[in-house]
Design a protein around this ligand. Structure first.
Ligand SMILES: NC(=O)c1ccc[n+]([C@@H]2O[C@H](COP(=O)([O-])OP(=O)(O)OC[C@H]3O[C@@H](n4cnc5c(N)ncnc54)[C@H](OP(=O)(O)O)[C@@H]3O)[C@@H](O)[C@H]2O)c1
Length: 310
């Protein structure tokens, strides 16, 4: 089969190559991949000099089951599915039922392909915050892949969503997705928030932590800024309504990886039936992968880059 593998000599550090077909275990379905989206974490891995040429990266994929798992678990042949895993951007993927959700037959695979890492991370990070109804929830990096899903899901859960985005042109779009307030940086948020989903790290994390009210939690999902988060001594004071605040780390895959099947199926139906916006910001055939990588690394995306596998 063909796959997109790391090649540091190629534009975007990726190239299409022939690799061996996967050999599904008894609990794995074989999926023909139709589309996938890029995540900033895997692109940064691809561009890192220490990542060997030939590495197969890629967590997200949507497609159709071409051979059901031989142990009878998971979806039947012909079902449209969305999958998360480490098995790479390739024409075929072997996936256990726990890492695969089913989608309506007519669903757009490109829209489904935006969901696995971004949608699941937004959903799980928001759940770390407890009930959201009527609470002020800040989302930083709000116009990114995780951010856009987090804004929508938090609003759906009844939160007053405080979106933080440096992309001033995205304010109207973020309000349409459910944000009640949009600010250029966390320091501009004057009223305390009950929780933060932070995608950016660095000074954003420091200022967002300062915006938490008593008992509030910041869930640190990402570090898109690449900057150090330096907490001045006063940041950790608990006086003046600032006591009992916490910062939680987050890792989607955990150990062992959770069973994502029900959540992927739910998210797939929400996207397919128009209740969640997949936020496709760039789309093209996977032969144009270097343009997508360039757009992602250049900060030109406001949402997801989707590649269609031809
Ligand atoms: N821990 C986990 O399991 C997990 C899972 C998924 C993702 N992540 C991480 O979470 C982060 C977000 O992922 P993503 O897929 O949403 O990435 P993304 O699509 O690239 O979005 C990141 C957003 O962060 C903001 N941003 C980027 N650089 C910034 C800077 N220098 N200063 C301020 N804001 C900046 C931008 O939003 P605005 O333009 O709106 O400000 C950007 O759209 C990444 O670091 C990713 O690696 C971690």
């Amino acid at each position: 089969m063909r796959a997109l593998v790391v090649d540091h000599a190629s534009p975007g550090h990726l190239t299409l190559a022939d690799v061996p077909d996967p050999r599904p275990a008894g609990n794995e379905a074989l999926v023909r991949v139709e589309a996938f989206s890029l995540n900033s974490g895997e692109i940064h891995t691809a561009t890192r000099p220490g990542t060997p040429d030939g590495s197969l990266l890629g967590w997200d994929a949507a497609g159709v089951v071409v051979r059901a798992a031989s142990d009878g678990s998971g979806p039947a042949e012909g079902e449209r599915v969305v999958t998360v895993g480490h098995t790479g951007w390739a024409e075929l993927r072997a996936v256990p039922a726990t890492l695969l959700g089913t989608a309506p037959k007519g669903a757009d695979p490109g829209a489904l392909g935006t969901l696995p890492v971004a949608g699941l991370s937004a959903l799980h990070a928001l759940r770390r915050m407890g009930p959201l109804l009527g609470r002020r929830v800040m989302v930083t990096g709000a116009s990114g892949g995780v951010g856009r899903y987090a804004v929508q899901l938090a609003a759906r859960a009844g939160a007053h969503v405080v979106a933080v985005s440096r992309a001033s042109g995205q304010a109207a779009a973020l309000r349409t997705l459910g944000a009640s307030e949009v600010h250029p940086e966390p320091a501009a948020v004057r009223k305390p928030v009950a929780a933060v989903l932070d995608n950016v790290g660095g000074p954003h994390l420091v200022d967002a932590f300062a915006a938490l009210g008593a008992g509030g939690t910041l869930v640190s999902v990402g570090r898109s800024s690449g900057a150090d988060a330096v907490l001045p001594p006063d940041a950790l004071l608990g006086d003046g309504g600032r006591h009992d605040r916490s910062i939680r780390t987050f890792f989607l895959f955990g150990d062992p990886a959770p069973d994502f099947s029900a959540e992927l199926t739910w998210l797939a139906h929400e996207v397919a039936e128009g209740r969640l916006d997949p936020g496709i910001s760039w789309r093209g055939p996977w032969t144009r992968h270097s343009e997508a990588v360039e757009a992602l690394l250049g900060g030109q995306l406001h949402g997801k880059a989707v590649l269609d596998v031809e």
